[in-house]
Write a protein that binds this ligand. Structure first.
Ligand SMILES: [Cu+2]
Length: 317
């Protein structure tokens, strides 16, 4: 049975059905005409087989017949053309404006996807269900073709040029990506996957990624600078020596700090532990001449974030 070959895997994209409809439309027309031609051919082979006793008549032609078999196929081809263009133009080339844009790169012989936050992932495209996804694609070497049968989409990736396609997955699951353009030795192994998950899972995954990225992509000092902005420290602390609500971070590390501990003035050396304590328990030692209004960041910063902040402060000399 041909169905066992799974030539028509389940449609799991928004406009896959439209693509199939065009296919079946063309398929049935072709089949019908194939049968008409074949039946007529065998009939004529039999009817006009060589029988020596008969004299062959001289047939000049038949205008009506020729016009008929020219005009009817022409009309059918025009219908096929416009139906195809209609589906292509109204579905395949119409990504919704709110589509999530993901970049796709092809290499001999693998895929790479780059998310809006800069994260790159190899061979597996992870997308949320029921959200339009637009792929901006290019190739790093030869022409490849991004083909997901379940979605009924196929688009070439061409070196030196951007192409795009879009889809909206309608069902969670894992679907094959195949390269549909012969691209060298391992062309047939150039298989990737689209993993379709719920929007919540997708957002959680993206959030965990950004965390991982922060940890891996940035140096502690860069991360510290980011936290300084993101956690609001910059609202009360300057890094250029100017006095704001709180003391400046410039020269903070290593200086002799005058602090008030339990009403008594003390001189201490500002080191890692002092800065750490000032962040987690600001009222333990209050900087002389400043109000005790800094909120505690206990539970709001992880250990590595605190250390990153300290690394950042150390650079502010
Ligand atoms: Cu390829």
């Amino acid at each position: 049975m041909i169905w066992m070959l799974n030539l028509f895997p389940k449609i799991t994209s928004s406009y896959g059905k439209e693509v199939d409809n065009v296919f079946w439309f063309i398929f049935w027309i072709s089949l019908i005409f194939f049968l008409i031609v074949q039946v007529a051919m065998f009939y004529f082979i039999f009817k006009y087989r060589n029988r020596r006793e008969e004299e062959v008549s001289d047939i000049e032609g038949n205008n009506l017949l020729e016009i008929t078999w020219t005009v009817i196929p022409t009309i059918i081809l025009i219908v096929i053309f416009f139906y195809g263009v209609y589906v292509f133009d109204n579905f395949q080339r119409r990504p919704p404006a709110n589509a999530i844009e993901i970049k796709a790169y092809a290499y001999q012989w693998w895929w790479q996807f780059e998310y809006p936050n800069g994260y790159k992932i190899r061979d597996t495209l992870i997308v949320p269900v029921n959200k339009p996804i637009k792929l901006i694609m290019t190739s790093n070497d030869v022409i490849h073709s991004f083909y997901v049968r379940n979605f009924r989409i196929k688009e070439d990736l061409v070196p030196g040029r951007y192409t795009w396609t879009w889809f909206k997955a309608t069902e969670p699951g894992i679907y094959d990506i195949q390269c549909a353009e012969y691209c060298g030795t391992l062309h047939s192994k150039m298989i990737g996957y689209v993993k379709v998950i719920s929007l919540e899972e997708y957002n959680a995954w993206l959030a965990s990624l950004s965390k991982e990225m922060d940890l891996s992509a940035l140096s502690p000092v860069e991360r510290g600078a980011k936290i300084f902005q993101n956690k609001g420290c910059s609202a009360c602390h300057s890094v250029d020596g100017s006095r704001m609500v709180g003391p400046t971070f410039k020269g903070l590390y290593g200086r002799d700090a005058e602090v008030v501990v339990g009403g008594k003035e003390e001189r201490i050396k500002s080191d890692e532990n002092y800065i750490r304590e000032s962040i987690l328990n600001p009222n333990a030692k209050i900087v002389k001449g400043y109000p005790a209004i800094m909120p505690s960041y206990q539970g709001q910063l992880s250990e590595d974030e605190i250390l990153s902040l300290i690394e950042y402060i150390k650079t502010l000399k």
